[in-house]
Design a protein around this ligand. Structure first.
Ligand code: ADP
Length: 307
């Protein structure tokens, strides 16, 4: 039976500069980026990829949904009448990118009201969420989402979490740390980025990050480290390190971690071995950092199946 990967979170409209006074419209957001790359990596017969969020009933929301579906990502949207989707604009100054966000009122903040749409997940399917998914919700809705994930996990759904630490989205760093660990507490697979974890949790090395999250109850830790080796820690197994191939020129690292996650989760859902799935994640992320923009086309040179 075709498996499902359901990514849960916020996708935004992206305005990126084209010349002095115009912008191109795109769509991006950490969990959607992951869905986009999972869709590119997995065969359509092997995996259905869906995105769960909140949208408005306006033209912009309709265009975002049409974009997602055109990418082959199914949409499971809670529609909030009168609301709209979040938006961000990229500014380029002397080659440096900065971002301004308009997302405080976005419909995605109400995504937990659509939880019943998750009911279609079966044992063996994957549900993916991130620290950003948690950050945008009210406390009550965070509880609701974590309860739903815990119940799904108990039914045999694989739950996957990227802590994606973004202190600006949280009232305080303590709040962020507290909810991050609660998110980790309902996850089977955790995919953190070491640099952020070291900054906000004071982890001395990748093993310290893995141990802290294993203690929260996860079975599998995949700790990314930019150009450094990825650490795979599976409960009861020896650690494995997988090194990303060196990259000729870094053009734009936006969404590298999201792309990595999408490729790994898609490959695992297809039954690829853990090490090969992580190597594929590195390959896809390595292509992403060499191109501009969050969502780019990648080429796949790989065999599937377990090693
Ligand atoms: P995030 O974007 O979440 O901070 P990382 O920076 O840890 O994630 O990068 C995720 C993955 O992207 C890495 O595991 C690696 O495969 C790839 N990557 C990132 N930066 C580089 C780089 N400089 N050279 C090669 N690969 C990279």
């Amino acid at each position: 039976m075709t498996q499902r990967l359901l990514c849960i979170g916020e996708c935004m409209v992206e305005l990126s500069p084209r010349g002095e006074d115009s912008c191109a419209i795109g769509y991006a957001g950490d969990t959607f980026n992951t869905a986009f790359y999972a869709r590119q990596v997995a065969g359509p017969e092997a995996l259905r990829v869906a995105y769960q969020s909140g949208v408005g009933d306006d033209e912009l929301s309709a265009r975002m949904i049409a974009f997602m579906e055109a990418q082959g990502v199914e949409t499971r949207m809670h529609v909030v009448p009168g609301a709209t989707v979040g938006l961000y604009m990229i500014f380029l100054k002397n080659g440096e990118r900065s971002f301004q966000y308009w997302r405080a009122q976005s419909a995605a903040r109400r995504l937990a009201e659509g939880l019943e749409t998750f009911a279609a997940l079966q044992p063996g399917d994957t549900a993916y969420f991130s620290g950003i998914t948690l950050a945008i919700l009210t406390e009550a809705d965070r509880e609701r989402l974590l309860d739903w994930l815990a119940q799904a996990r108990a039914r045999g759904v694989r739950t996957a979490f990227d802590p994606n630490l973004r202190p600006r989205l949280w009232p305080s760093a303590d709040d962020m740390r507290d909810w991050t660990m609660r998110g980790a507490g309902v996850a089977d697979v955790i995919l953190p980025s070491f640099e952020d974890e070291a900054t906000w949790f004071g982890d001395a090395d990748l093993r310290a990050t893995a141990e802290r999250y294993l203690a929260a109850g996860a079975d599998l830790l995949i700790v990314k480290d930019g150009p450094g080796a990825v650490l795979i820690r599976q409960r009861g197994r020896e650690d494995v390190l997988v090194s990303p191939a060196p990259v000729r020129e870094i053009v734009d690292t936006t969404s590298a971690g999201d792309a990595f996650n999408g490729a790994v989760l898609a490959a695992l859902a297809e039954g690829t071995s853990l090490e090969r799935a992580v190597a594929l994640g590195c390959d896809v992320a390595g292509q992403v950092v060499q191109q501009r923009g969050a969502l780019v086309q990648v080429s796949l040179a790989r065999e599937t199946g377990s090693a």
